[in-house]
Design a protein around this ligand. Structure first.
Ligand code: MRU
Length: 377
């Protein structure tokens, strides 16, 4: 999508065998790119959230495997890369999916061809992600059109949580892809952007990318959404998903569950937009999804730009008060109006997903066949 009138993806080959990414830890204050040269660079970038968002975590992990192959093309190195990458962010299923994609491509390649094969496999994976996100956008656009038909000229108000835009993917985004297509189609659309404490992905990233692309939006405190829904000021909730179970439970950034509860209580449709790489076919119940626990510092401190222009990190919690920073929660399928996938919109249920993905009705055999070191925890 566009920044300063120029089209960007979030990740691309830099031309010298390395990988370039937008450093999301410095947005919205600075738009800078960084080069990843080694497996270790890429692993650190995922862990420290220089890159984040489930599909982009998957794409970066795939590039990390290609970088690992530049260092050493052995099977042992492939296993090591899988092990180290899998430990970076435990919740997003796209990570396991991307590692399996790379492993399948590399195990059948002779060692002398593994570097070239790896970079080809990553390029395929990235194009697939872009095509899937674009298709999600088209299917979601029908929902925004329907909302507009019911509302006349008044802008369609979409509420979103965290960042499930192009910055979370290779391009387009999941939850925001329908918004970008609606904007391009001239449909008046406005986005309520949850700030998304503690890391503020909404305030920092979603607001940045919508602003850079010229989409009207307003940042709100995480707790305002319920009130806006009660007053009829939200037409649709669209969020992303880090892991979706075969029964349609949606694990996404912490706070999504509360938005879905408020939407349910107020009769506001609540959709999760996700590429199928997010679906963990081996899980039925959301309670089995591993929830990432991050440093309490993300909660006790906050970073922003001071009046002098310098970036500053300040403490907002009393010294000595413990803080618990669980990064995701699970929204049960019964609270989700539908899933917007690259194949269309379906009910958030086992039957709904099976109808769109009949080939998966026997579960995620590919992932189950992978060695334990490459499986999602
Ligand atoms: O911790 P993050 O920033 O990686 O979390 C991102 C989200 O929760 C997104 O909503 C999710 O990845 C789905 S979007 C593409």
């Amino acid at each position: 999508m566009n920044v300063g009138g120029r089209h960007y993806r979030t990740i691309w080959p830099s031309g010298d065998g390395c990988v370039r990414v937008i450093d999301q830890s410095r947005l919205p204050h600075e738009f800078v790119t960084v080069d990843l040269h080694t497996l270790e660079d890429a692993t650190r970038a995922i862990r420290t959230m220089v890159v984040r968002g489930a599909p982009l975590i998957g794409a970066t992990a795939a590039y990390a495997v290609a970088l690992a192959m530049r260092e050493d093309t052995s099977d042992a190195q492939l296993e090591r890369a899988g092990r180290e990458l899998r430990a970076t962010r435990p919740t997003a299923h796209n990570l396991a999916w991307a590692l399996e994609h790379m492993r399948a491509a590399l195990l059948e390649a002779p060692r002398a061809e593994r570097v070239a094969t790896a970079f080809r496999a990553v390029a395929e994976l990235c194009e697939l992600d872009v095509a899937r996100c674009r298709a999600i956008g088209e299917h979601g656009l029908t929902l925004i059109r329907a909302a507009q038909a019911a509302r006349g000229q008044r802008p369609v108000n979409v509420l979103t949580h965290c960042n499930a835009g192009w910055l979370a993917c290779v391009d387009w985004g999941t939850a925001l892809a329908p918004v970008y297509l609606a904007h391009e189609a001239g449909i008046p659309v406005h986005v309520w952007v949850d700030e998304t404490r503690p890391r503020n992905q909404g305030a920092a990233l979603t607001a940045f990318e919508l602003g850079a692309h010229g989409v009207p939006h307003t940042v709100i405190a995480d707790n305002l959404g319920g009130h806006l829904m009660q007053r009829g000021r939200v037409d649709l909730v669209i969020v992303g998903s880090d892991r979706t179970t075969a029964a349609g439970d949606v694990c996404n950034k912490v706070g999504t569950y509360l938005k879905a509860l408020a939407a349910y209580d107020n009769g506001v449709p609540c959709y999760a937009a996700l590429p199928s790489s997010t679906i963990d076919w081996s899980l039925e119940g959301g309670a089995d999804i591993p929830i990432e626990e991050r440093s309490p510092d993300e909660l006790t401190h906050i970073t922003g730009r001071s009046a002098s222009g310098a970036l500053a990190t300040v403490r907002v919690v009393p010294e000595g008060s413990p803080a618990l920073n669980l990064a995701f929660d699970v929204t049960p399928a019964r609270l989700v109006t539908g899933l917007i996938t690259e194949r269309g919109v379906c009910a958030a249920s086992a039957a709904g997903l099976r109808a769109l993905y009949p080939e998966r009705s026997d579960g995620d055999a590919a992932v189950r066949r992978a060695p334990a070191s490459l499986q999602a925890r």
